[in-house]
Structure formats: structure tokens, C-alpha cells
Design a protein around this ligand. Structure first.
Ligand code: IDP
Length: 138
């Protein structure tokens, strides 16, 4: 069993794609063990995207991720981290495989609908940043 952090980004929420994304996660067979709709503070955005600090797109990324509500989730299941990355598709939607969330619903890299942890360490860090232990079902 593995847990990953998934977030419908502000563009996905704004465009009414939350239900579609939840449906894909559930149909695949994964469990959503925590979920909340929330607005990310600037501080939280800076922590979440710390690895991108200094890159040319960083300011825009922080501004975008704080521009409206997101839906944050903890998704659980065998191989959840890699499998959710596969369902999401590549970061750049034009490189994402057909049938993936980013290929089906996004055009640009800066507004690519969904975030998913890229490894066990980032999953643990991101889950800890967004959820208190008691908010996650066991
Ligand atoms: P990931 O979201 O697929 O893990 P990362 O490389 O961790 O991709 O980048 C985090 C987010 O930063 C991306 O999802 C995307 O929204 C944004 N991003 C990455 N590269 C660029 C870029 O070159 N221009 C604009 N935004 C970018």
C-alpha cells in the first residue's frame, strides 16, 4: 500500500474538472483517504514548490497556484505514486500520452490541471504539508 498527494489545481477547479478527476481515480481502483477544497497561502505555495525557487517560471507558478481554490487529496493504493503520475500524464500536456488527464484536459504547461507527488519522499512531505494525521482515514 502506498499513499500519494494529488491536487486539482486552480484551473481544474475553475473549469469544473474536479468530478471527472475524482472519477478517474476511483474507477482505477484507488481510495481517496483524505480530501479538502482550500485556498493555498503564498507561504504554503513557496514551501510546496521550494525546489523550483529561482527558476524563470517560479513567480508565475506561485501566483497561479494561489489564484483560486484547489482540491487536495491523499490517494492510496498499490503503486499509487507512479500509477497516479501515469494517469496524470507528462508535465507538458503536448507530451502527455493520449487518454491521460493532462493530455485530455490541458494545453499549456503552466496550467496543467493536476499535481501528483513524484516519489515517496515528496509524497510524505506534501501529505504532511496539506493534511494533519487525524484528517487522513486509516
Ligand atoms: P510535475 O507537476 O509534473 O511534477 P514539475 O517539474 O515538478 O512537474 O513542475 C511543477 C509545475 O511547475 C508543473 O506542473 C507546471 O505547472 C509548472 N512548470 C514546470 N515547468 C514549467 C515551465 O517551463 N513553464 C511554466 N510552468 C512550468
Amino acid at each position: 500500500m502506498e499513499r500519494t498527494f494529488i491536487m486539482v489545481k486552480p484551473d481544474g477547479v475553475r473549469r469544473g474538472l474536479t468530478g471527472e478527476i475524482i472519477q478517474r481515480i476511483e474507477r482505477k481502483g484507488f481510495q481517496i483517504v483524505a480530501m479538502k477544497k482550500m485556498r493555498i497561502s503564498r507561504e504554503m505555495a513557496e514551501t510546496h514548490y521550494a525546489e523550483h525557487q529561482g527558476k524563470p517560471f517560479y513567480e508565475g507558478l506561485v501566483r497561479f497556484i494561489t489564484s483560486g481554490p484547489v482540491v487536495a487529496m491523499v490517494v492510496e493504493g498499490p503503486g499509487a505514486i507512479a500509477e497516479m503520475r501515469r494517469l496524470m500524464g507528462a508535465t507538458r500536456p503536448w507530451e502527455a500520452a493520449p487518454g491521460t488527464i493532462r493530455a485530455d484536459f490541458a494545453i499549456t504547461v503552466d496550467e496543467n490541471v493536476i499535481h501528483g507527488s513524484d516519489g515517496p519522499e515528496s509524497a510524505a512531505r506534501e501529505i504532511g504539508l496539506f493534511f494533519k494525521p487525524e484528517e487522513i482515514l486509516s
